[in-house]
Ligand binder design. Structure first.
Ligand SMILES: [Zn+2]
Length: 457
């Protein structure tokens, strides 16, 4: 696309907004692009793109993957721009490109790395054609934004440029089928001891063969529709992976083609994130020893999880992304499988700050609250205006009523713990990290005072 007058005016306005916001110490990651697209709707098509564009999309793990990729690429000496600090919709991509261009719209960097929102596919891919797109996975997410995974699948699949090479998760029966005509490579985690013959989750969005609609036969299920399956009627099966890793979550290692990588934490999601990143970089041509070398230097702290031992009790905070039933189910599964007895505190209320909240709680019925009905869980404490909705969900999940304690305000919850279990889990929604940390502080104080013990860490 040519740089017409309209583009040049939009470019100058966007650049002025970018410089202005930067001078005001703002991160200029949305508004300059929003303004430029308002003035010139095909702005993204007309601005120069760096020679190489890499992109990451998918339901869960986009940000983690982009952070890892950016760190490795920069460590290896690449000159990269990215939308790391900002928005992953078209305005965010435009703002990043404006920041990385001169006043005429000429690119100043050799590479761009973009996190791309799944629903923005149609507004981005016709204009920005990445050489590689890695898709982490596709799951049900916030229903009011994402509808269902089939809907999101088609949005991405139909928008992806035909020249883009895809790096896909072979274990994900939905996202592995994106844009079937595109060149592609797959990554996979080899069978794990925790895999099951049948799906234990309420939700499995891939029960039927996508080709002939006969029931699929799973070789094993990891969780939800993640696993390996085949159709006995038409011969459809999960794709074979070029990058197949052996993962040991307890030991915290991933082995791929003889190279051992250290995992960031013990969650399966993070193992997939690391594998996706390594696969994308290897496809891009980076030698595995260089990837391993850069990864060794990184000290990535798991921000979604923290654990401390106070006296005889381990206090754990763990993010359980609210309105995201799959992420919550995986956290509930993790909690039930941990050793020892537990008290669990749920801080999932999206009405905590009384702003921008959703009235839609249908996702409670997609999440496996049944996993919290486990003999090792002695008590579940719920706080917030949705406490009774959550209590109802737990009762339907089979949790005995005497184990459930509710308070209409989160601040009252630390007092409701009995502190008689080996572990206390505070499971909190992403946007409630700060209040959850305050609750954690109160619990810590109670443990130190009442236990009469000192912090061992
Ligand atoms: Zn079939």
């Amino acid at each position: 696309m040519k740089k017409n007058l309209r583009f040049r005016i939009a470019m100058l306005a966007g650049k002025a907004a970018y410089i202005g916001q930067k001078m005001m110490k703002m991160n200029a990651s949305y508004f300059p692009g929003k303004l430029a697209i308002r003035l010139c709707p095909d702005f993204l098509g007309r601005i120069d793109k760096p020679k190489t564009v890499l992109a990451v999309t998918g339901t869960n793990g986009k940000t983690t993957c982009c952070n890892l990729l950016l760190n490795i690429l920069e460590d290896q000496g690449y000159d990269v721009i990215s939308n790391k600090l900002g928005s992953n919709i078209n305005a965010g991509i435009a703002s990043t490109l404006i920041g990385g261009s001169g006043f005429t719209g000429k690119a100043k960097h050799e590479m761009a790395l973009f996190e791309i929102d799944e629903r923005s596919s149609k507004r981005i891919y016709p204009f920005v054609k990445p050489q590689y797109v890695m898709c982490t996975n596709l799951f049900r997410d916030t229903v009011t934004r994402e509808a269902n995974p089939e809907f999101v699948f088609h949005l991405i699949s139909e928008a992806l440029p035909k020249e883009t090479k895809l790096v896909l998760n072979a274990d994900d029966l939905i996202s592995s089928r994106l844009a079937p005509a595109n060149e592609r490579t797959y990554f996979s985690i080899a069978q794990l001891p925790t895999d099951t013959p049948e799906c234990e989750n309420i939700v499995n969005d891939m029960r039927l063969c996508p080709e002939c609609h006969s029931p699929l036969k799973f070789e094993y299920v990891r969780h939800h529709h993640i696993g390996r399956a085949r159709c006995e009627k038409c011969g459809f099966s999960s794709p074979e992976a070029k990058y197949e890793a052996q993962v040991d979550l307890k030991a915290g290692t991933m082995v791929l083609d003889g190279t051992t990588y250290k995992l960031m934490g013990d969650s399966l999601f993070n193992a997939y994130n690391l594998l996706g990143v390594v696969s994308l970089l290897r496809e891009f041509g980076m030698p595995e020893e260089k990837i391993a070398q850069s990864l060794q230097k990184l000290n990535i702290v798991e921000s979604r999880y923290s654990s401390e031992k106070i006296g005889n009790t381990t206090l754990i905070t763990h993010m359980a992304k609210g309105k995201n039933a799959v992420a919550c189910s995986c956290v509930f599964d993790y909690v039930r499988k941990e050793e020892g007895t537990k008290e669990v505190m749920l801080v999932l209320d999206d009405l905590f700050d009384r702003r921008g909240s959703s009235e839609n709680i249908c996702w409670y019925y997609d999440a496996d609250f049944e996993f919290l009905n486990d003999p090792s869980i002695k008590r579940i404490v719920i706080g917030g205006v949705r406490a009774l909705d959550l209590k109802l969900r737990l009762l339907i999940g089979g949790v005995p009523e005497e184990k459930i304690v509710c308070a209409m305000s989160e601040t009252e919850t630390p007092a409701l713990l009995k502190m008689d279990a080996d572990k206390i889990f505070v499971l909190h929604e992403l946007y409630l990290t700060k209040p959850a940390m305050e609750l954690r502080g109160q619990i810590r104080e109670r443990l130190q005072k009442e236990g009469g013990v000192t912090n061992e860490n």
